[in-house]
Design a protein around this ligand. Structure first.
Ligand SMILES: Nc1ncnc2c1ncn2[C@@H]1O[C@H](COP(=O)(O)OP(=O)(O)OP(=O)(O)O)[C@@H](O)[C@H]1O
Length: 274
């Protein structure tokens, strides 16, 4: 891959205390729909944030806006104090898996391919193509981080869903991002594998001191791990501690329909009256 395929904007230096993500009266519209309207929130450094909301609420669109792929219609979104823009090396992105055709590569080649611009869902990263001798070390580093060194030689079309998720997570960690955007990494995993993925992401977050936005349809696998929850619905967003946000009154107001939040056996059940 050459050095000409990404936006080559050089942003202004960020302040030392610039938060990983900040929305300042941000409005996001896509396909004629308003995903977020005049939303303001700040994700703290090193925070684990669960991103929740009904189907189509805009969780993916918000992540894509943070990546600079979906434009901000009004207001501002900044990442570590800099305006959003494509090809931001501070962000690692793991897109939602839609049952794509799995390439016939082994684990190491699959991750190495991402170094050369074939990362799923992301524009190419021009830095890596020029430094191939560092590639092997970088691939080994991310494989070790996700505890998947044993998958390096395995054909990925033979791997389980959980094993593939590890490799996708490894791809997202290439280039030492300071912010991870993980779009429904628990989809189609059983509860045991879900807990494994959450624990792994949390270990990596703590080890590297990075912030994580983790979208999911079930709050429960993230309980005890996430610092805050970000609910998205009907153009609004609410970020805060689980006990403050995952409540009947807050979610009823956000969803525009009566919502009951039931806590039982250390779990939280959100029941919407649809
Ligand atoms: N490229 C696009 N063009 C037009 N509309 C889009 C596009 N991408 C998303 N949308 C619409 O924007 C809305 C938000 O979609 P998005 O995928 O962000 O929601 P989500 O909360 O991630 O949903 P899910 O939980 O089902 O994955 C939906 O109505 C969707 O149809």
């Amino acid at each position: 891959m050459t050095g000409t395929c990404c936006d080559a904007t050089v942003p202004a230096p960020a302040g030392p205390a610039a938060p990983p993500v900040r929305l300042d009266r941000a409005t996001i519209r896509i396909g004629g729909r308003t995903i977020l309207s005049d939303a303001s929130l700040t994700v703290s450094e090193g925070a684990f944030v669960g991103v929740l909301g009904p189907n189509g609420a805009g969780k993916t669109s918000l992540m894509r806006a943070i990546l600079g792929i979906v434009p901000v219609a009004a207001g501002h979104i900044s990442v570590f104090g800099r305006p959003v823009g494509r090809g931001n090396h501070d962000i690692g992105y793991m897109p939602q898996f839609h049952g794509r055709v799995v390439p016939r590569l082994d684990g190491r080649s699959f991750i190495a391919a991402a170094l050369h611009g074939e990362r799923w869902g992301l524009p190419c990263d021009w830095r890596w193509g020029r430094h191939r001798r560092h590639d092997a070390a970088e691939v080994d580093r991310v494989l070790a981080l996700v505890r998947a060194t044993h998958l390096a030689e395995r054909p990925i079309h033979q791997l389980s869903g959980g094993e593939r998720q590890r490799l996708l997570l490894a791809q997202a960690l290439l280039g030492r991002p300071r912010l991870l955007l993980l779009d429904e990494p628990l989809a189609s995993l059983d509860p045991h594998r879900q807990r494994e993925v959450v624990a792994l992401v949390n270990d990596i977050r703590r080890q590297l001191g990075i912030a994580v936005l983790f979208s999911t349809h079930d709050l429960n696998p993230l309980l005890g791990v996430m610092d805050e929850v970000l609910y998205v619905g009907r153009g609004a967003a609410r970020l805060g501690p689980v006990d403050e946000v995952a409540t009947g009154p807050v979610l009823s107001a956000l969803y525009g329909t009566p919502v009951e939040v039931i806590r039982a056996g250390g779990r939280i059940f959100v029941v919407a009256d649809t």
